[in-house]
Design a protein around this ligand. Structure first.
Ligand code: NAD
Length: 498
């Protein structure tokens, strides 16, 4: 059986004493195995990155950027292969995989701006004859640890910017769908990146813990579930590393009584069920304001869900595919059971999906649950499946209080025609990314991505301008060139410009 290996110093290596099965979620079959890197393998990757660092750090930013231009071209040329690798291991439909890849490519485009982004700040004559400037230097060897749900896009949030800023990179992708991630990283070599600058180690906790413990790793970017994000952030920080750790989510959409209900329903349909709900920005809770709006929303949504087409990844007429594993499928079913047991009404039930010819695939049908309350387990947990829950409230303030009380604060959205209400909502809501009649307010690559509360540990958000700051450290230089023979006397008070 084919084994997905590691990319170390420009070579694919499959060493390691442990392997793990990779499934095709559309069929339920084991398709490959992935090598799980041992501590020794990870330390070898860190050593080659450390060796590559001095030359890469001194490579002019414009030359680093040129490699990113070429990389973007290669990503576009190989888009079909990448999307089919994503589909085969993640299960997302080709149109959705293409969207993920395009979002990743946009991060590469932004990284091409490195010479502009790294120009620094300059002040002439801060005191007579004295100039001062700040420059942004690379950190050294940095690491990224990524989740299964965006095997192309989330790694591309990280390493193009890290590398173009002059760092060397070690990526530890999800062990559940590593093939597209590895394939993309190999394209960087074809784009002209020197060996050792970008390395991929596949693996599990052993690989991650090695990265977290090694003094040569200067910064860690993590994206994944909240318990692991919290562990990564606290361990990396305790070990003196810079860390940004993005966690889980529970994204609410407020549906106001004045909303264009047909539009809200079609927007919610895509945002709740696209990618089987396995997006950290998926809208998983609709908060309907007023009983009339709630009744209308539930009946129109139930009707619209009759059109949902679910099936294997290679059929691009499908709206969404399976979830990632059998265990995850059972977990999602368990949340639907628990909502029902706790008194909610399952209006559309996805627990018995009937996908002809793909009976062993990990499918969950689109599910709509009404009369959900904030006490229910299914409300509080991140389900990460194609399940939309409806909570009924009496006012916009009640809806906002509900959202603010939730432990997560990744994304949210309001559907309304009232500009004043929307402005108040976006100003006050305790969530990092807000949509106004926009169901998936994922920032474009030249802004930055990040949630609030327990959806992000750290200060800087991912990619965009915060990405440049995360992968560089500021150095501020103050300079004077005294004229020959001019000597200043010792000054014992704090120097000022008074
Ligand atoms: P996960 O937390 O299980 O895994 C993420 C990474 O952490 C993987 O590389 C995995 O190998 C590693 N890991 C897992 N357990 C570990 C442990 N005990 N010690 C060290 N490392 C460990 O997440 P997942 O299931 O792959 O991805 C889904 C989650 O990611 C969801 O919670 C989703 O909301 C979140 N996510 C968040 C964002 C965001 O931007 N906030 C984006 C995408 C996904």
């Amino acid at each position: 059986m084919a084994i997905v290996g590691h990319l170390i110093n420009g070579q694919i290596v499959t060493d390691g004493d442990r392997n793990q099965d990779i499934y095709n979620p559309s069929t339920g079959e084991i398709s490959k195995q992935v090598a799980l890197a041992s501590r020794t393998t990870v330390e070898r990757a860190i050593s080659v990155a450390q060796d590559a660092y001095p030359a890469w750090r001194n490579t002019p930013a414009i030359k680093r950027a040129r490699i990113m231009f070429k990389f973007k071209d290669l990503l576009e040329q190989h888009a079909d292969e990448i999307c089919s690798l994503i589909g085969a291991e993640h299960g997302k439909i080709s149109h959705d995989a293409a969207g993920e890849l395009q979002r990743g490519i946009e991060n590469v485009e932004y990284a091409c701006c490195a010479p502009e982004l790294l120009k620094g700040e300059h002040s002439k004559n801060v005191a007579p004859g004295i100039d001062s400037w700040s420059e942004f230097q690379p950190l050294g060897v940095v690491a990224g640890i990524t989740p299964f749900n965006f095997p192309a896009m989330v790694p591309l949030w990280m390493y193009p910017m890290a590398i173009v800023c002059g760092n060397c990179f070690i990526l530890k992708p999800s062990e559940r769908d590593p093939s597209s991630t590895l394939y993309i990283a190999e394209l960087l070599k074809k784009a002209g990146l020197p060996d050792g600058v970008m390395n991929v180690v596949n693996g599990d906790k052993e690989a991650v813990d090695t990265l977290l413990a090694d003094d040569r790793i200067k910064a860690v970017s993590f994206v994944g579930s909240t318990p692991i994000a919290e562990y990564i952030y606290s361990t990396a920080s305790a070990n003196g590393k810079r860390c940004q750790a993005l966690g889980g989510a529970k994204n609410h959409a407020i549906v106001m009584p004045d909303a264009d209900m047909d539009n809200a329903v079609s927007q919610l349909l895509g945002a709740a069920f696209g990618s089987s709900g396995e997006r950290c920005m998926a809208l998983s809770v609709a908060v309907a304001v007023g009983e009339a709006a709630a009744d209308q929303l539930v009946s129109k949504m139930a009707e619209a869900m009759k059109t949902l087409k679910i099936g294997p990844c290679h059929d691009s007429s499908n709206d969404f595919g399976p979830v990632i594993t059998k265990q995850h499928q059972q977990k999602v079913f368990g949340y639907i059971d628990s909502a029902q047991e706790q008194g909610a009404s399952v209006v559309v039930d996805g627990r018995n999906p009937d996908i002809a010819g793909y009976e062993d695939g990990f499918y969950v049908g689109g599910t709509l649950i009404d009369h959900v309350t904030s006490q229910m387990e299914s409300y509080n947990a991140e389900i990460f499946g194609p399940v939309l829950q409806v909570v009924r409230v009496n006012s916009m303030q009640e809806a906002m209080d509900l959202i603010d009380a939730h432990e997560y604060g990744n994304g949210t959205c309001i559907f309304t025609r009232d500009g004043e209400a929307a402005r108040y909502f976006s100003d006050h809501i305790q969530v990092g990314m807000v949509g106004i009649n926009i169901p998936l307010p994922v920032p474009v690559s030249y802004h930055s991505f990040g949630g609030w509360k327990r959806s992000l540990f750290g200060d800087l958000h991912a990619y965009g301008p915060d990405g440049v700051r995360f992968y560089t450290k500021r150095k501020t230089i103050t300079q004077r060139w005294p004229s020959a023979g001019v000597r200043e006397g010792a000054q014992f008070s704090m120097p000022t410009m008074s």
